[in-house]
Design a protein around this ligand. Structure first.
Ligand SMILES: *[C@@H]1O[C@H](CO)[C@@H](O)[C@H](O)[C@H]1NC(C)=O
Length: 233
């Protein structure tokens, strides 16, 4: 092989590899649309970060452009600090229409010094009632942490910083429905739910502290995207 040819080949390979790296890192500009909140949702850091805010008039939210049937969905979040009572920050998957399927991570705010509650749930054909709640082993407002949903035909796993906190196995053979036939989009939002969110609804949102802001970073979707009946990876 001539040295000219082999150096051209090396250059080509390195270009291809960098394209591959770019394609695998998520980007909010490429992967999501901000769908509500009239300017309260903002993409930052060239697409690496996204801030959602909530004030008395409105919260805000975004959703993935694609829908997916199974995959691994990673999101880093830094939650509303200090008194976040009444606020709910979400990261979930959902199909659309009647009898929808849904896989939820919801972060229920609390007064300063009291722990956030992580609320998880799984809906199949419109039926939920599979809530499980957790308290975290760190302060989720001090730094970004990674929250992950792994969804395949056998099980759903909820992970926090790569540690599984909940496994929901497919027990269809025992008559328990499992979401596996409807494609889902990724949804994230920050909204006011002070009717029920904090200490059973007893503590209301303190609007003097608004706007409240939650930060998302490094969305990473490794899923099977479904678009008008076509499958592509
Ligand atoms: C808030 O703090 C209280 C008291 O520590 C705790 O019982 C509750 O689970 C926390 N989370 C929410 C969302 O109320």
């Amino acid at each position: 092989m001539s040295s000219k040819f082999s150096s051209t080949l090396l250059l080509l390979i390195s270009i291809l590899m960098s394209i591959q790296l770019l394609a695998s890192a998520g980007n909010f500009y490429r992967d999501v649309d901000i769908t509500w909140g009239e300017g309260r949702g903002k993409i930052q850091e060239g697409g690496r970060g996204l801030a959602l805010s909530l004030d008395k008039l409105s919260g805000s939210g975004f959703q993935s452009k694609n829908e997916y049937l199974f995959g691994r969905f990673d999101m880093q979040l830094k939650l509303v600090p200090k008194n976040s009572a009444g606020t709910v920050t979400t990261f979930f998957l959902s199909s659309q229409g009647e009898g929808h399927d849904e896989i939820d991570f919801e972060f229920l705010g609390n007064v300063s010094g009291q722990p956030y509650t992580i609320h998880t749930n799984v809906y199949t054909q419109g039926k939920g009632n599979k809530e499980q709640q957790f308290h975290l082993w760190f302060d989720p407002t001090a730094a970004f942490h990674t929250y992950t949903i792994v969804w395949n035909p056998h099980r759903i796993v909820f992970l926090v910083d790569n540690s599984p906190i909940r496994v929901f196995n497919n027990h269809e053979s025992m008559g328990i429905p499992f979401p596996k036939s409807q494609a889902m989009k990724v949804y994230c939002s920050l909204w006011n739910a002070d009717e029920w969110a904090t200490q059973g609804g007893r503590v209301k949102t303190d609007w003097a502290l608004a706007p409240f802001t939650a930060y998302y970073r490094n969305i990473n979707i490794d899923g099977c995207a479904v678009s008008s009946g076509n499958l592509f990876m």
